[in-house]
Write a protein that binds this ligand. Sequence first.
Ligand code: UDP
Length: 459
Amino acid sequence: MEGETSRHVMVLTYPAQGHINPLLQFTKLMALKGIKATFATTRYTASAIQAPGITIEPISDGFDEGGFKQASSLQAYLNSFKVIGSKSLTELIQKFSNSCYPVDCLVYDSLLPWALDVAKEMGVCKAAFLTNSASVCSLYWYLHHDLLSLPLTPNSFPLVLPGLPDLQPSDLPSFIAHPLEFSGYLGSIMEQFSTLEENDWVFINTFAELETEIEKAMSEKWPLMMVGPMLPSAYLGQQMEDREYGGSLWNQATENCLRWLDTKPSNSVIYISFGSMAEVPGKQVEEIAWGLKNLESPFLWVFRESDTKLPPEFLSSLNDEIGVVVSWCNQLEVLAHPAICCFITHCGWNSMLEGLSLGVPMLAIPQWSDQPMNAKMMEDVWKVGVRAKKGSEGIVSREEIERSVREVIAGLSSEEIKKNSCSWCKQAARTVSKGGSSESNIDKFLQTLQKKKAAQSYK
Ligand code: UDP
């Protein structure tokens, strides 16, 4: 199949880091397979994308100068993107229709469900791309199909659903656990799930071996294809030059981080990041800071500038022996460094897949959205880490941080955690290598696309 450029796959992303990364990686994979691959993102984010072998095309979300920050609310942003983005995306697909590479398939981020209508209108194949785990998506599916009704009551627990472990309230995505508080988010998720069946394919950034039960439970419901983990392929033993996604929205301090990590013994450094979106409460930040300090293990903390600040006494006590704080880095390079022994994570789905694929034991401190459910799966199903226990105010105390990091690194369960981490790391690499489940799914997709295209030109 390699070397064929007769098909054109256009990928449309929602312009947040946790969406750009997997969708951009998918686009790069298309190009690697010899397919003409176009990545469409908003004008505001397009200049941040630099990836070889693909075409980058800007479209408008109505906020070309400042992006999401310019909108008055998430709903206002999504509405604007729907109206203006539909027109802009249509024009983009039209632009290619008279070229040597008319678009054959639109792969769209499921957060932008209106793109399905654009694909239908333009007569191209359509595929949704889900950026959550299959377990989380199945829960939304059950909700959409009334197999789960909200609000849940104490009698609903434990929640027993096909393909999932028994769930308690603290395991649920926050949009399901607190539907009134997050009605806008839940509404937009339900909108995505109402049209999934209309796609030719539904891609999901996970792999069959990781979510086997869900694959069984869900593949009859949608044309589901597990194609992950979507990581730069060097980390999965493939193209050694493919070491970053290629679309960082912030400047990275990676070189400094790696130089500092080089000075540390192997398996000695704790890495902490809460991703690109979580607003970690000030009290939680303070507890993490003093918990880390008390642990007396070196740490590397990605702390994004926001209203919440690090305690000044903590900052002034830092030196190269104790730990460093940076505002952003190439997380994959850091996780792959032999000095790292534990990843304290908010359990964003990309971070989960990265930790799993690189075999790094994790400590989960989920904040919101799908993160509690990812933490549940990580601790109880994949068994590659520990979930920190929250106190009555929903904050993990400094003592609990100390206790749980020690548990991950050297506690009773640490040997099993290390063994499982190592085995998932090998499995992730097998999945994307020749004959692996995700690799085979991608090939099946491209073969079917070829057949559909041939059938259409014959008509
Ligand atoms: N990330 C990064 N540098 C950092 C922190 C995070 O490159 O310093 C990347 C990380 O590798 C992941 C993405 O940002 O791919 C965050 O996605 P995730 O789903 O984990 O969390 P979100 O930001 O969506 O909450």
